[in-house]
Write a protein that binds this ligand. Structure first.
Ligand code: 5GP
Length: 124
């Protein structure tokens, strides 16, 4: 069920629980501001979720409220993970769903990194 991205942050969402250590994840990267882990239902050979550690619902929320160092860390982490995974030469795709029309399911900002095969057209 897609979320309403205008609602306040819900501390019980699944990524908040992963950040608190209440649920496991297959960690790919972590720093002071960022955690990245493999998607539990991968849609490509590489399917990584990159999330800020702060409580932000969506890209909209993050871009409005996050501190510059959080934004810099997030952007740099996405690029670093792609490089570390060997995705730059073959190519990869970034995706961030926001709200109902995009089908966002988890109300904590996440960027999907897809790679490992030809990814086809941008939208089905
Ligand atoms: P959205 O549709 O919100 O952009 O994507 C949410 C993503 O989170 C989906 O790709 C889904 O498979 C993934 N996901 C949902 N619950 C979990 C979980 O508990 N662990 C992990 N690693 N991924 C999850």
């Amino acid at each position: 069920m897609p979320i309403d991205a205008t609602l306040p942050y819900d501390e019980s969402n699944v990524f908040a629980r992963i950040l608190r250590g209440e649920l496991p994840c297959s960690k790919v990267y972590e720093d002071e501001h960022v955690l990245a882990f493999n998607d539990i239902r991968p849609l490509a050979p590489v399917h990584i979720l990159v999330i800020p550690k702060g409580a932000y619902v969506s890209w909209d929320d993050f871009s409005e409220r996050a501190q510059p160092e959080e934004i810099a860390a997030f952007v740099r982490a996405v690029g670093r993970i792609a490089r570390d995974q060997g995705l730059v030469a073959p190519g990869y795709r970034l995706l961030a769903n926001v709200g109902g029309h995009a089908g966002q399911e988890v109300p904590h900002l996440h960027v999907h990194i897809f790679g490992g095969r030809e990814l086809g057209p941008m939208l089905a």
